[in-house]
Design a protein around this ligand. Structure first.
Ligand SMILES: C[S@@+](CC[C@H](N)C(=O)[O-])C[C@H]1O[C@@H](n2cnc3c(N)ncnc32)[C@H](O)[C@@H]1O
Length: 339
């Protein structure tokens, strides 16, 4: 019997053995990056290997176990950072992804790019500052749970949702209505409908619109006939509203987070984790993070009504993650702040 909503301290490769086959909906994690830093120098700590291949081998051992414990319709998401060796970018995350795809029965759905809006401010003369990291989304087969409507968009897209409506918006249509040969009653109705549509645009309910007026615009043809033609003939006008369904891109923009009181050196952003939880799980699902660190995955799960299981090798991080979780009371969608 697995205990949900618990943090367990120890080596993740040992601890994952206690989880039954096909019992987890999502594994989402960020392993220690290759030769980046020590998290306390524990014996089975991952990341300090001398060779990239050895690092990938150790991580792959965990990955194989992740596949075992994953439900058939579940997902595995690994976030990894890269490493330069004497000016040479090693492509560690991609080597890892290729390796597990060759040795485990998984498919790679996306390499989702986290764009860091505030990368560490450094100046290199001979290369650009790295400001992206992949989140690899793996599945076992094509029946994986996927709620595309749960995934919003990047933060910059959310901010631009409210359209820029000025005094000039719709002006040409008001002039056209005045100059048209519609009756006074039709003109009033057309202006009223136009004003309402501009309001909808201002509120972000529609992205844009087009208006067609009898006598000024050509009549609909081909597939555009039908209701619109009737509207123009009967009312003197029609308004075509553009809802602008946003393309769901494989990009998530978010700043690197520093959280007051959290002294973990490699916290990943709650915003990114929340997007992926909403895309890949339902309320009540079980989420495992084998490298829990400061507890970001668990905190996001608690906020969104998902169950979590977290492991970390460093007892101090486990304790602090528990404390961080105590501060989360009830559910909250972080995106409400952005809308
Ligand atoms: C990149 S950090 C994860 C940070 C986390 N995503 C967060 O937002 O706080 C990697 C974590 O893996 C832990 N770790 C390293 N080797 C481990 C192992 N063998 N088993 C479990 N945890 C390990 C480290 O202590 C560290 O906290």
């Amino acid at each position: 019997m697995i205990q949900y909503n618990k943090i367990r301290c120890g080596d993740c490769i040992d601890l994952i053995q206690t989880i039954p086959d096909k019992s987890i909906n999502l594994i989402i994690t960020s392993p220690p990056y290759f030769q980046q830093r020590s998290y306390g120098g524990f014996q089975k700590e991952i990341g300090g290997e001398n060779e990239v291949d050895k690092y990938i081998l150790n991580l792959s051992q965990l990955f194989h176990e992740c596949v075992r414990v994953l439900k058939d319709d579940g997902s595995i998401v690994f976030n990894m950072g890269d490493k330069y060796d004497k000016g040479n970018l090693l492509l560690v995350p991609f080597r890892f992804a290729l390796s597990v795809m060759q040795t485990t029965p998984v498919k790679l759905v996306n390499s989702i790019t986290w764009v860091k809006l505030n990368p560490t401010p450094r100046q290199f003369n001979r290369r650009l500052v790295s400001s992206t990291e992949p989140f690899f989304h793996f599945v076992k087969n094509d029946s994986y749970y996927y709620n595309i409507n749960g995934f919003l968009n990047t933060s910059s897209q959310i901010k631009s949702k409210k359209q820029n409506v000025t005094n000039a918006t719709g002006k040409k249509y008001f002039e056209m209505i005045n100059n048209s040969n519609l009756s006074d009653c039709e003109k009033n109705k057309a202006k009223e409908a136009l004003t309402k549509t501009i309001e909808e645009m201002r509120d972000g309910k529609i992205e844009s619109f087009r208006m067609k007026i009898r006598g000024l615009h050509s009549m609909p043809f081909g597939g555009q006939e039908g209701g619109r033609k009737t509207q123009i003939l009967n009312n003197g006008f029609t308004i075509i509203k553009l809802y602008g369904n946003k393309i769901k891109r494989d990009v998530i923009e978010s700043p690197v987070e520093t959280i007051k009181g959290i002294n973990h050196p490699a916290v990943y952003p709650q915003y990114v984790i929340q997007e992926l939880l909403l895309l890949l799980t339902k309320k009540g699902d079980v989420v495992l993070d084998p490298f829990l660190g400061s507890g970001t995955t668990a905190v996001s799960c608690k906020r969104l009504g998902r169950n979590y299981i977290g492991f970390d090798i460093n007892p101090d991080y486990c304790k602090r993650a528990e404390e961080r979780l105590k501060g989360i009371n009830g559910e909250e969608d972080l995106r409400e702040w952005l809308l």
